[in-house]
Ligand binder design. Structure first.
Ligand code: SF4
Ligand code: SF4
Length: 228
C-alpha cells in the first residue's frame, strides 16, 4: 500500500515492490488520465497495449515495470492529477512508489556508475564552469560525445546545456551587493534631500516670520504716525 512504513522490511522487498507496482499499474491502465504527463506513463501504456500483454499487468516483463520507474523524474504532476491518492482506499501515490522501487533496487543491487555520475550535478557543474568556455567547446567534439554516450549514457545528439564561468550564486551575490550599495546611496541622498528640504522650509518660515515682523513694525509705525 502507498502509506507503507520506510522502516518495515516489506518496504525494501523487491517482490513486494513488484506486486505493488503491478497493482498500481493496473489501476492506471483503467484510468489513463496521466498519459500526456511524462514518458513513464507513455511507456507504461505502450507496453500494456502490446499483443503479448493485452492489458494484463501480470504479463508485463519486469524490465518494462523497471523502465517505467527509471523514466520518472519526480515532478509529482501525476499525484495532483490522481483522484485515488490517499486517503482514497486505493492509495495510489505514483511518485512515491517510483521512489520506493528505485530505493529498493539501489539497496539490493547498488547504484550504477552512470546514475552516480549523472547525480553528481554539483561536481559536474563546478568542473564545467571552472573550465568554461573550454568545456563547451569540448562538448561539441563528436569523439567526446561518443565517449559520453558510452560512459554516461547521454545520447551523442542530445543538446547539452552550456556552462558559464560565472555561476548563478556568484552573480546573485554580486548583484545583491550592487543593489545594497544603490539602496544605501539612495538612502543617503534621501536623507540629504530631506534635510535640505527641511532647511528650505525653515528658511521660508523664517523669511515669512521676518517679513511679518517687518510688516508689523511698518504697520505699527504707520499707525503711530496716524495717531501723531
Ligand atoms: S512524478 Fe514521475 S510518473 Fe508522475 S508525472 Fe512526474 S515524472 Fe511522471
Ligand atoms: S496516477 Fe492516478 S490519475 Fe494517473 S493514470 Fe494512474 S490512476 Fe489515473
Amino acid at each position: 500500500m502507498g502509506a507503507l512504513d520506510i522502516r518495515s522490511t516489506e518496504f525494501w522487498d523487491l517482490d513486494k515492490v513488484d506486486g505493488e507496482l503491478r497493482r498500481v499499474y493496473d489501476i492506471c491502465n483503467g484510468c489513463r488520465r496521466c498519459l500526456p504527463l511524462c514518458p513513464s506513463f507513455r511507456v507504461l501504456f505502450d507496453r500494456l497495449d502490446v499483443d503479448a500483454v493485452d492489458g494484463d499487468v501480470e504479463k508485463l516483463p519486469r524490465a518494462d515495470t523497471k523502465e517505467v520507474v527509471d523514466l520518472c523524474y519526480q515532478c509529482k504532476l501525476c499525484f495532483n492529477h490522481c483522484p485515488y491518492t490517499p486517503p482514497h482506499r486505493w492509495e495510489v501515490d505514483f511518485p512515491r512508489l517510483m521512489l520506493r522501487a528505485r530505493a529498493a533496487e539501489a539497496r539490493k543491487h547498488g547504484v550504477a556508475f552512470q546514475d552516480r555520475l549523472l547525480g553528481a550535478t554539483d561536481l559536474i557543474g563546478k568542473l564545467g564552469s571552472l573550465t568554461a568556455p573550454l568545456s563547451n567547446w569540448v562538448s561539441e567534439w563528436r569523439l567526446h560525445r561518443a565517449f559520453l554516450q558510452a560512459v554516461a549514457g547521454i545520447h551523442k545528439d542530445r543538446r547539452l546545456p552550456r556552462f558559464h564561468r560565472e555561476t548563478f550564486s556568484s552573480w546573485f551575490r554580486r548583484r545583491a551587493g550592487q543593489t545594497g550599495a544603490r539602496a544605501s546611496a539612495a538612502g543617503v541622498a534621501g536623507q540629504t534631500g530631506a534635510r535640505a528640504s527641511a532647511a528650505g522650509v525653515a528658511g521660508q518660515t523664517g523669511a515669512r516670520a521676518s517679513a511679518a515682523g517687518v510688516a508689523g513694525q511698518t504697520g505699527a509705525r504707520a499707525s503711530a504716525a496716524g495717531v501723531a
